[in-house]
Ligand binder design. Structure first.
Ligand code: ADP
Ligand code: AMP
Length: 217
């Protein structure tokens, strides 16, 4: 299956993606994770992306489209779940053109719906493992030992863009530039699976699985 997971920052895209790929066997392609890896490697792309990411702004479309199309071309036949991409209508157009060229299409869009009020505490309470990428929450998904990754990697960290000021900017940018992507796919007639993501993590997963199972038939 080839899926796109849409939803505001902090909606639970990464959390649900990990569970989707475990059950259905595709790969997880997170534009944010790829950009963070580029930054860690101090690549040209990583350096260009840095100031945008730190302020919560979007990295320019041309850089993101090139980066994601390259990743998609290298994906295995089992498919992928796109997380955090496309984030603008121009990125949707770029993705569509590349897929059409390759004679491929997206099977469904999973649309995680959460009101902004619920999101702020999710993002400011998020803690990540810089080694294995596991994501926790100080209240909703606690590690077994406070501040430590369950897999023995060491200390958890807070993403620098998860501070209240940057979170506010990211939500504003989501409303201004990314929310329209759902309508873009609706107009194109894509299958959209709306999910109430303002529920416990396991309940959201159960709802996602139910809809994906029905889609697979
Ligand atoms: P995204 O990838 O959409 O930015 P994450 O999956 O990283 O979001 O989730 C953001 C934070 O919210 C994480 O700390 C995660 O543990 C927590 N979280 C995810 N889903 C839920 C949920 N349904 N209810 C409460 N907290 C959640
Ligand atoms: P995320 O991990 O998805 O929350 O993304 C972290 C940051 O990476 C965002 O705030 C943006 O600065 C940048 N980013 C990730 N994906 C995209 C994208 N599709 N388009 C533009 N910027 C992106």
């Amino acid at each position: 299956m080839k899926l796109i997971l849409l939803g505001p920052p902090g909606a639970g895209k990464g959390t649900q993606c990990k569970r989707i790929i475990e059950k259905y066997g595709m790969i997880h392609m997170s534009s944010g994770d790829i950009l963070r890896a580029e930054r860690k490697a101090n690549s040209d792309l990583g350096q260009k992306a840095q100031s945008y990411m730190d302020s919560g702004a979007l990295v320019p479309d041309d850089l993101i489209i090139d980066m994601m199309i390259k990743a998609i071309k290298e994906a295995p036949a089992s498919g992928y779940v796109l997380d955090g991409f496309p984030r603008t209508v121009a990125q949707g157009d770029g993705l569509d053109a590349a897929l059409a060229n390759a004679g491929e299409k997206i099977d469904a869009i999973v649309n995680l719906q959460v009101p902004n009020e619920a999101i702020i505490s999710r993002m400011t309470g998020r803690r990540c493992c810089p080694v294995c990428g596991a994501v926790y929450h100080i209240e909703n998904l606690k590690p077994k030992t406070e501040g430590q990754c369950d897999k023995g990697c060491g200390e958890l960290v807070q993403r620098p863009d998860d501070t209240p000021e940057v979170v506010a900017n990211r939500l504003k940018i989501y409303d201004e530039q990314t929310a329209a992507v759902v309508g873009y796919y609706q107009e194109k007639g894509n299958v959209i699976l709306d999910i109430d993501a303002n529920q416990e993590i396991d309940k959201v997963t159960a709802d996602v699985f139910e809809k994906l199972d029905a889609l697979k038939g």
